[in-house]
Design a protein around this ligand. Structure first.
Ligand code: UD1
Length: 429
């Protein structure tokens, strides 16, 4: 199994192009199921989760045409879901990626039936899908659970409804938004998530002929239409990738220009970095993040739904706080078990105490390289950050977690001066 070796201590300096957002691309890909026309998506990130989703869609019978740019990177992808030949999303594919659940509502809305394995994915808490199922039932679907599968049927199509989510769920909002576009009549989604990835999905659905009001707010009003058409859409930049590299600049005392990102996509995280003593400047091509000579100052952080501080940057922020001057209290309010990076950071010399949903991080002067193991996608990137700042060599195992969501991370960091290499059992690759 591949490992990443990092020899820490280099100050990073350079420009990193930010890829399209994985978490926007996944629901956008499943939106192709809503029409028999061609949906063409550009700026899709070249990461494992996107390949898994494309495989799942092909399994359903979607014709997928992939292209490559001159430099070999991923080009626009065209998807055409004519007559779908199989409405079952099998365990083998769904267990690799929780977001597979996002085929559920589009399949039921357009074909009247779906059979989707209960998902696996990142091991961060129990992560049930009850909100998706309850809301889909409110749209008139009949749902049964059998042998590990969700069996949903709506032979006469879905019907609009007033749905109030008991708490904010990104995935449930996306799933039900897509289903409601083809439902009969009006659907109102209250307490909807308003992450930029949802706004991006809603914009694409508008281009496909959907009627949606309230985009960017917590109340979405959807008038169902008989059918949707094809469209062309470019995926919004990845705010989590950008935030991760912003913290890489900060933790190494360096400077990185994040090309293609807008401040509004990650205001809360950039505000926290400013409070921590990091300089943030908007430039012509994106945002420049540079460390100030005084070092990092400890700040308190609580994760919240957008526009709050994203849970997907919590682990990376914690890595930064391990070397701050002073203490920092980091509270995770979205997921119940998202501190799996703590024992690994501790192996590198971090001083962290977890009390329930909060972690008290006391900054240490220096981390030390160690052998560590990635446990989930964002935890893995926190270990990369810690390793970049640590004295000596760090070996990170289970790199496939990083491959799920970071496009060419080794190359992007190396281009800014990091001493980083990916090793297979046979040596460097
Ligand atoms: C999405 C993101 C993930 C991010 C998360 C929160 C994708 C592919 N993934 O995940 O990277 O960390 O948003 O910003 O976009 N919950 C339930 N029942 C449900 C649904 C959710 O109890 O039916 C709970 C979850 O366990 C969690 C909370 O609600 O505690 C929020 O989860 P949700 O916003 O749904 O996350 P995902 O859509 O799975």
């Amino acid at each position: 199994m591949d490992k990443i070796r990092i020899r820490g201590g280099n100050r990073l300096d350079g420009v990193i192009p930010i890829a399209g957002a994985k978490n926007a691309a996944l629901p956008l890909l499943t939106a192709s199921l809503l029409t028999d026309d061609t949906l063409t998506l550009s700026n899709l990130p070249d990461v494992a989760d996107i390949k898994t989703m494309i495989q799942l869609l092909q399994h359903h019978g979607v014709a997928v045409q992939e292209t490559a740019k001159d430099d070999g990177s991923r080009g626009p992808v065209s998807l055409c879901a004519g007559p779908v030949n199989d409405t079952t999303a099998p365990y083998d594919l769904v267990r690799r990626m929780r977001a597979s659940i996002l085929v559920l509502a589009p399949l039921v809305a357009r074909f009247g039936a779906a059979r989707v394995s209960l998902p696996g994915g990142c091991a961060i808490g129990t992560r049930p899908v009850d909100l998706h199922l309850k809301a889909l039932t409110q749209l008139g679907a009949n749902i049964e659970l059998s042998e590990g599968y969700i069996e949903a049927t709506a032979p006469n199509g879905l019907t609009g409804a007033n749905i109030v989510f008991p708490f904010v769920s990104v995935g449930a909002t996306e799933n039900i938004l897509m289903g409601a576009c083809l439902a009969r009549g009006e659907t109102v989604l209250s307490n909807a998530a308003r992450e930029p990835e949802i706004t991006d999905l809603a914009r694409c659905l508008l281009a496909m002929g959907a009627r949606i009001e309230g985009i960017g707010t917590d109340t979405l009003r959807i008038q169902g239409v008989d059918h949707l058409t094809g469209a062309e859409h470019s995926v919004v930049p990845d705010r989590i990738e950008a935030g991760t590299y912003a913290m890489a600049a900060a933790i190494t005392g360096g400077r990185i220009e994040l090309a293609g990102i807008r401040r509004g996509l990650l205001e809360a995280a950039l505000d926290k970095l400013s409070q921590a003593g990091v300089r943030i400047t908007e430039t012509e091509i994106g945002i420049e993040v540079s460390a100030e000579p005084g070092g990092i100052i400890g700040v308190d952080v609580m994760t919240e739904p957008f526009p709050g501080f994203p849970t997907d940057l919590q682990a990376q922020m914690m890595a930064l706080m391990t070397v701050a001057n002073g203490a920092s209290m980091i509270t995770e309010s979205i997921f119940e078990n998202r501190f799996m990076h703590v024992p690994e950071l501790a192996r590198m010399g971090a001083d962290i105490n977890v009390h329930g949903a909060s972690a008290m991080v006391r900054g240490v002067p220096r981390l030390k390289g160690a052998e560590v193991m990635a446990t989930d996608l964002r935890a893995s990137s926190s270990l990369v950050l810690a390793a970049l700042a640590a004295e000596g060599e760090t070996m990170i195992g289970r790199v496939y977690h990083l491959d799920r969501g970071y496009e060419r991370i080794v190359r992007k960091l190396a281009a800014c001066g990091a001493d980083i290499a990916r090793l297979s059992d046979r040596g460097p690759i």
